[in-house]
Ligand binder design. Sequence first.
Ligand SMILES: Nc1ncnc2c1ncn2[C@@H]1O[C@H](COP(=O)(O)OP(=O)(O)OP(=O)(O)O)[C@@H](O)[C@H]1O
Ligand SMILES: [Mg+2]
Length: 452
Amino acid sequence: MILIIDDDNIVRSSLLFMLKRAGYEAKAVTGPREAMDVVRVEAPELILMDMNFSLSTSGEEGLTLLKQVKLFRPDVPVILMTAWGSIQLAVQGMRAGAFDFITKPWNNAALLQRIETALQLSPPSAGTPAGPALKLDRGHIVGSSKGLTAVLDTVARIAPTNASVLVTGESGTGKELIAEAIHRNSRRASQPFVKVNLGGISQSLFESEMFGHKKGAFTDAVADRTGRFELADQGTIFLDEIGDLDLSCQVKLLRVLQDQTFEVLGDSRPRKVNVRVVSATNADLRRMVGEHTFREDLFYRINLITIHLPALRERREDIPLLARHFADRQAEANGLRRTDFSADALQFLSALPYPGNIRELKNLVERTILVSNKPVLDAADFEAQYQPREAGGSPEKTGAFAGMTLNEIERQTILQTLDSYKGNLTQVAAALGISRAALYRRLEKYGISVND
Ligand SMILES: Nc1ncnc2c1ncn2[C@@H]1O[C@H](COP(=O)(O)OP(=O)(O)OP(=O)(O)O)[C@@H](O)[C@H]1O
Ligand SMILES: [Mg+2]
């Protein structure tokens, strides 16, 4: 049974109608006292709760009720309803243990989807036998360490739901691979998987990229363009490097994620989409929330579930398997014989620090195979190719700036740095000691396009 708590008659009756039509048993009460009576005796499976009771404008009453409910039934998922203007209240509620929140006026389809997700993810109540272990299509994910196995178990459990997932971990730990695995193992597998690198989209192009535009919507809009959200409809959108999004774009993103509705630039008709959101970052979003550089409401919205990928140095037992895997794949791709590793080679590989994680191991294996061109590789072969990363890793400076204007020097420096960091704008901005926004302004000013 789903319990609705709201002091508004119309809200109660329309929610009851919607839930019953969707096949749920539901019950509605008007306030905290009646709510606690039901919570005590009837054990609802899910609670849909208004935060703004008319008695208190602060929302204090709603928060208190939530805390009581959680004390009494910690496992029952609670979905909060707040007005868009009082989203801060929803955030406080999430901290107090709510499962999810939705803003009024709500969108029925989006709300039903969140209810379904909450029910799927809530632990089975005592007495219900646990379902059969889910089978996972691993794709090319290699490894048998505890850390990776735990990650894959979580993927198997949450992939079939519509829950938003945040994949965290250092650079090169396989976040993108995991995001793809979530999609491949979901009910959306036959629908599109659309990857967006938020680190590579400038603030000025964000809306046009994500939501699309009509021809003539702005000066450079020479033709209609379909946005990423529309391309991902019915499927999954992968928001990579979400920590790179600046605050103004964060608000715009939050809006779509709340309502699954957006507007194409130059066309004011709202469009509906059904998109599952998987995000990834190597930034510490919690810290960014504390520093007010990442919105807390967006953080909760993208982060119903967190999957953290351990660094490679925390799962060294995977190293021999991974090395084998990369060697075999390279041999396959080039039609060559497979390369073997001596025992001391595997020992050497297993002991490296890997600040670049699996990507670093992959590059090292591939480079060593190419350069050494031997059937069996020794520790010495790897040692010769190993390039320990220096702290800071700033690119070398040339002294050849004589005769150039300041602008030319700046342009040149940016181009070189782009080259050194293979176009990774976060790293380029960091190396140049400027913000990403400042970097974008300069890229625009000098007409540098990052795709080339
Ligand atoms: N468990 C694994 N098995 C096989 N290959 C892997 C595994 N994990 C990562 N890789 C490979 O390592 C490389 C880096 O992985 P991926 O791009 O997913 O990392 P990432 O965490 O998204 O990195 P970044 O933060 O730099 O974007 C890819 O080539 C990927 O295929
Ligand atoms: Mg990645």
